[in-house]
Design a protein around this ligand. Structure first.
Ligand code: GDP
Ligand code: MG
Length: 735
């Protein structure tokens, strides 16, 4: 049924398209847009009161300039599918901003009616809109609706269908862009009409406008149809640009945007909006915002809130974390007692229990952290954080929306770069998006967190929360500097304007907090139980095989034999515990243990992993990493959690006395090969080196080329290596 009427729903994100679509079609689409979720169009049917048509829900967009995937999808849909009419959903409580998109639809010329949605919200905020007056001024039908309750939607459909019948041809609105540009628009339109350039698909005025705006996508469509004509238009636009630059010092696209806003202002000012409540009387949310997002107090409060979050997490999770660690050591002792010696026992204790235990031991910490984040998110404070950070982000060539991607990746603590990379889809400028996407892995994700917590706990235990807070700030600083570096080199380009919505403050519900915390924690546990278990076992095997040859083992065996030959039976009795041990007996016992330790170390060095780690020492001495650390860092590329489990395994393979089994933090703290400077160097490296395997795969997918994946691995690793070397070389000379 190709001649059936198709109606497309279009509007800004969160204007209520999906809600309206559901109300009209009776289907249950997912309401509420997560960044990047609705890039596709959805279809349904409407039939009521003898009227019927096809309905299409387009992705939410702010503009028709193709900054983002969503905008391209929406624009291509309109041009290629030619819906009979579009319903432009406008959030009445945010009229001016929403009309910016409407204005562009009008310039494009598609038949359109406006659904003035959320009039209930607007009314509550003391805003009343004279829809008849608005309709007169812009020359299109305007229907007030409440999509959530269905109020006014039948009238909307009647108006839309009638409008489609009366207007089948596209008629671009003529908005004035100032004297110079208006004249240029006329000239360009004439040229376009004369050459019949793209006029099948687009009104000549629209093509002229897009060439003036230097719209990449439209230009490449033009090039593919008629290169010569396209070049002539570009040349003409260059002339106009130069002229504008000289006379008013501005670019055509900026002037066009200014005049659009001017056009909207002039409409809205003409008695369209009535405020029933004195605008000075603020709502609770606005009043809170006056303080919390205040230019000076806001950032200070933000820092205090975040510091508070760290204190809360580390203070309250310390005890449960200790319980978890105790449980896993106990498990190790149990396994040691009941499982017969051999490779299986070694795998069970060194590979599984110590590996997974190291990761799961941090579950309470992660849970507290996630709870804190959920609290900030559900109250609406997180959006304010993004709002305040926007000012800073501009300086570094990023965008306000980058903040959310950073936070999702672990910018506050405990996140994941994978959804973070995906969240960059909301960024409209491809260059800002790439710069964000490549730097989000610098954040301290939930997998790096335990590594940092372990090392901070072992070497900077006096004030864990404060150190973790400092490392978070460092992550942001480095990410921003790296972004700036990218934006002035490989990703040069202008920045895009930013509009941000601040949801009202809410009291979080207990259920909501619980679900959010649990979802994230469960994700962490699941990963430990599957991916990390697998990698742990693999690494254990790499650290165990090939086994030390018989001849080498014999050397140690001989040493032990020699020692015990010297020992009198009396000493053995002491060792067995029948009499009080003498000084000599204790010294001998220590010597025996030392031989065992030396054998374990020789075996580890002989293994595949040991050889790789040792070979890497040739350059890793610069940042001060020994071969054991190298093994762990290599494993960390598979998943950052593996760093802990690998350290756990390699130190427990070397640790021969399971009775004296202590937590990994204590082992490292007592190891003469480790000190605070080395710990710091490792922390820095872990924070900034290559993103984990899954993140790289995601970067390749989102950036559209494997080259960016390779870039990300090499750039980050090189960056981290330099930084760690600096820290280690300077630090070890100073302390
Ligand atoms: P979309 O991004 O345009 O698809 O917007 P959604 O349909 O996902 O709606 C965003 C949010 O606004 C949801 O929480 C809806 O429940 C809410 N919403 C939509 N329409 C109305 C309305 O008319 N009144 C009120 N109060 N809320 C609405
Ligand atoms: Mg939607």
């Amino acid at each position: 049924m190709s001649n059936e009427l198709t109606i497309a729903l279009a509007g800004n994100p969160n204007a209520g398209k999906t809600t309206l679509f559901n109300a009209l079609t009776g289907s249950r689409q997912h309401v509420g847009n997560y960044p990047g979720v609705t890039v596709d169009t959805k279809e349904g049917r409407y039939s009521k009161n003898g009227l019927s048509c096809r309905l299409v829900d387009l992705p939410g967009i702010y503009s028709l300039s193709p900054y983002s995937e969503e905008e391209v999808v929406a624009r291509d849909y309109l041009v290629n599918q030619r819906p009979g009419v579009i319903i432009n959903i406008v959030d009445a409580s945010n009229l001016e901003r929403n009309l910016y998109l409407s204005c562009q639809f009008m310039e494009m010329g598609v038949p359109m009616v406006i659904a003035l949605n959320m009039i209930d919200v607007a009314k509550k905020r003391g805003i009343e809109i004279d829809h008849q007056r608005l309709s007169e001024l812009i020359g299109l039908p305007v229907c007030p609706v409440v999509a959530r309750s269905g109020q006014g939607i039948s009238e909307l459909m009647v108006a839309a269908i009638a409008h489609a019948r009366e207007h089948s041809k596209w008629q671009p609105a003529k908005i004035s862009y100032g004297e110079d540009l208006d004249a240029a628009m006329l000239d360009l339109s004439e040229m376009i009409k004369a050459a019949d350039f793209l006029t099948q698909d687009y009104p000549a005025r629209w093509t002229a406008l897009k060439y003036l705006e230097k719209d990449d996508r439209h230009l490449s469509i033009g090039d593919s149809v008629n290169v010569e004509m396209s070049a002539r238009l570009v040349e003409k636009v260059e002339q106009v640009s130069r002229h504008l630059e000289q006379t008013v010092g501005s670019e055509p696209d900026a002037m066009i945007a200014d005049h659009r806003y001017g056009f909207i202002k002039s409409i809205v000012k003409q008695n369209v909006v009535h405020r029933t409540i004195d605008p000075d009387r603020l709502y609770a949310s606005d009043r809170i915002d006056k303080v919390l997002t205040n230019r000076f107090a806001g950032p200070l409060i933000m820092l205090l809130v975040l510091l508070g979050l760290y204190n809360f997490t580390f203070t309250y999770s310390a005890l449960p974390v200790a319980w978890c660690e105790a449980f896993f050591s106990w498990l190790g002792v149990v396994a040691d007692t009941f499982v017969p010696d051999g490779y299986f026992k070694s795998m069970l204790i060194a590979g599984i229990i110590d590996g997974i235990g190291g990761v799961l031991g941090f579950v309470p910490l992660i849970m507290f952290m996630f709870f804190g984040i959920a609290l900030l998110e559900d109250t609406g404070y997180l959006a304010r954080v993004a709002f305040m950070m926007d000012r800073i982000f501009r300086i570094f060539g990023l965008h306000g929306s980058s903040v959310m991607a950073y936070i999702i990746s672990g910018g506050i603590a405990g996140g994941c770069a994978v959804p973070g990379v995906m969240a960059t889809r909301t960024l409209r400028s491809p260059k800002e998006r790439m710069a964000t996407l490549l730097t989000v892995p610098f954040m301290n994700c939930g997998a790096k967190l335990p590594v940092l917590a372990l090392l901070v706990g072992a070497f900077f235990s006096e004030n864990q929360a404060r150190y973790m807070f400092l490392f978070t700030l460092l992550a942001w600083l480095m990410a921003l500097l790296a972004a700036k570096l990218l934006r002035v080199t490989v990703l040069r380009g202008a920045s895009t304007p930013f509009v941000l919505e601040l949801p009202p403050y809410r009291f979080p519900t207990f259920q909501g907090l619980f679900i959010h915390t649990w979802e994230k924690t469960w994700h962490y546990i699941k990963k430990a139980g599957t991916v990390i278990l697998g990698i742990s076992i693999l690494l254990w095997a790499m650290m165990t095989f090939p086994a030390l040859p018989e001849t080498d083992r014999q050397v140690f065996e001989d040493q032990r034999q020699q020692m015990s030959d010297q020992v009198s039976p009396l000493l053995f009795a002491e060792l067995e515990g029948t009499t009080e041990p003498s000084i000599e007996a204790l010294a001998l016992y220590e010597d025996l243990l030392a031989v065992d330790g030396a054998e374990a170390e020789a075996a580890l060095r002989y293994s595949v992993a040991g050889r790789i780690g040792t070979a890497m020492e040739r350059i890793s001495w610069l940042p001060g990493f020994d071969w054991r650390t190298n093994i762990a860092l290599l494993g960390g590329f598979a998943a950052k959690e593996v760093i802990i489990s690998t350290l756990g395994t390699s130190y427990s393979l070397g640790q021969v006395d399971p009775e004296a089994s202590e937590s990994l933090a204590a082992t490292l703290g007592n190891d003469p090969g480790w000190d605070a400077v080395k710990a710091l160097s490792v922390i820095i490296f872990v924070m900034f080196y290559a993103p984990c395997f899954v993140t790289v795969a995601c970067i390749i997918k989102e950036a559209g080329s494997w080259k960016w994946g390779v870039f990300s691995i090499t750039f980050n690793t090189f960056f981290a290596f330099l930084l760690s070397t600096l820290v280690y070389q300077v630090g070890s000379r100073l302390f």
